[in-house]
Design a protein around this ligand. Structure first.
Ligand code: EPU
Length: 428
């Protein structure tokens, strides 16, 4: 029942340290289970999706030790195959990675069809196509996917769509398969490279991650390692947009500027200024921003996970912008919430036409998913008056201490706990 309450209009100023990448961490944690020893993972974001993944792994017998809030040790030596999958798997998309991991480890996996943010169909046909090509058989009953194999044998797999999840899942299944697996039309996101680096540190033989052809030569065993996760591209992008929306001046610390280039390019086009250092980036602007057109694409294109945030920014830019969502069918549900704040946006299918208004006005809104929630925070920071955001559990899934970090940057923002609704009549 918690809400985020923002009094808009404060320029963000100061430094913010970016946490480890959510979408790398939710792949690397299950991947650690493939090791025959203890893995220590550092720079893990302290977010709800990670807590959930740790609980799922621990329900399956992995020993998870919290060293500090961003470092975890995983010992999967006592893990055993369980026919009954954890119900928790339903609530996150990344639980699909357990298919690849358990198939590799136990030659069998039972996983609930994964959940996660709702933006239209989220099929896993490409994951299953990959497992089948490696020699597994799959079936689906009562919302549970079962995948089984006698052995996994390397092969050539051509993905019909560029899919982050399928690329990761096939890498996980193939890493200990017999012989060579080649994934063509693979996704190239920074977290794919991070997972490949992690597996290679454990002794895997993966070549080409970050390009659209990934070659995986199966190895017999993977050892325990200590590994630090890359900074979160999308968290960094969200603070970049928040700084731009408030006419602020902030320094993002612990970032890889190269991972941010598609976001930086669009913000530069709008009139935002940058100063780049080795592992930090200054973002500043003090003028009304200009319109620009955005089309989301797989990496290295503009990330779909930044689409709601940049749409919120464009809603007060000078001129009319077109935002084209090419990855997901239905990722504009949050636009209704921005309308409550005075935005002028019309959506037709995967295209939004954003007519910049002079300013947004605070309102009561609700986060419809993780990045939608981030967009509403950005809108609230720049708006006149008070914005109250409900359903913030979506935001807590993916942003570490977002309210605390924004407070450090000078925002007037807080979390307010509200009492559950009561009719006032006892017995009801
Ligand atoms: N697709 C298929 N078949 C498949 C898999 C995907 O048709 O078997 C389609 C999807 O319907 C979609 C497109 O391919 O149209 C891309 O989907 P992808 O598989 O790349 O997405 P994902 O792996 O489910 C990850 C991120 C998402 C991010 C997308 C795209 C994780 C845990 N999630 O999802 O992140 O939007 O890649 O970059 O890594 C977020 O962090 O807010 C988030 C939603």
């Amino acid at each position: 029942m918690d809400k985020i309450v923002i009094s808009g209009g404060k320029k963000l100023k100061g430094r913010v340290s970016i946490s480890g990448a959510k979408n790398a961490a939710v792949a690397i944690l299950p991947a650690a289970v493939l090791s025959d020893n203890v893995c220590r993972i550092e720079n893990i974001p302290n977010i709800k999706d990670i807590t959930l993944m740790c609980r799922i792994l621990s329900d399956m017998g992995a020993k998870i030790k919290l060293i500090n809030k961003n470092t975890i040790e995983i010992d999967s030596r006592a893990m055993s195959f369980s026919v009954a999958p954890s119900e928790l798997m339903r609530s996150m998309r990344a639980s699909s990675y357990l298919l690849g991991v358990l198939l590799s480890k136990f030659s069998e996996a039972n996983v609930y069809l994964p959940g996660g943010c709702d933006f239209g169909l989220r099929p896993i046909d490409q994951h299953l196509k990959g497992f089948e090509a490696l020699g597994a058989k799959y079936s689906l009953a009562n919302g549970i996917v079962t995948v089984k194999c006698d052995r996994l044998v390397g092969t050539h797999i051509y993905l019909d769509v560029v899919s982050v999840g399928a690329t990761i899942n096939i890498m996980l299944a193939a890493v200990k398969a017999e012989g060579l697996t080649i994934i063509e039309n693979a996704a190239k996101e920074p977290h794919i490279v991070d997972l490949a680096n992690f597996l290679n540190c454990m002794g895997a033989d993966i070549f080409g991650a970050g390009t659209d052809v990934i070659k995986i030569r199966g190895v017999e065993r993977l050892r325990g390692v200590t590994y630090s996760i890359i900074p979160d591209q999308i968290e960094a992008g969200t603070y970049m947009v928040a700084a731009a929306a408030t006419g602020g001046d902030i320094l993002l610390e612990n970032v890889i500027p190269r991972h941010l280039e598609s976001i930086t390019a669009k913000l530069l086009e709008m009139g935002v200024n940058f100063e780049e250092f080795n592992d930090s980036l200054r973002v500043f602007c003090n003028q009304r921003l200009k319109k620009c057109n955005v089309k989301t694409m797989p990496h290295p294109g503009f990330p779909t996970d930044m689409q709601p945030q940049i749409t919120a920014l464009l809603s007060t830019a000078d001129g009319t912008s077109i935002v084209n969502e090419s990855v997901w069918d239905n990722r504009f549900r949050y636009v209704d919430e921005l309308h409550r704040m005075g935005a002028k946006i019309s959506v037709d299918g995967r295209v939004a036409v954003v007519e910049g208004v002079n300013s947004l006005k605070g309102a009561l809104v609700k986060a419809t998913d993780l990045r939608a929630g981030a967009a509403l925070i950005i809108a609230g920071l720049s708006a006149e008056g008070t914005t109250t955001i409900e359903e913030i559990q979506h935001i807590e899934r993916g942003y570490e201490n977002i309210v605390g970090k924004l407070q450090t940057l000078g925002a007037d923002v807080k979390i307010v706990s509200s009492e559950p609704f009561s009719t006032g009549v006892s017995g009801l």
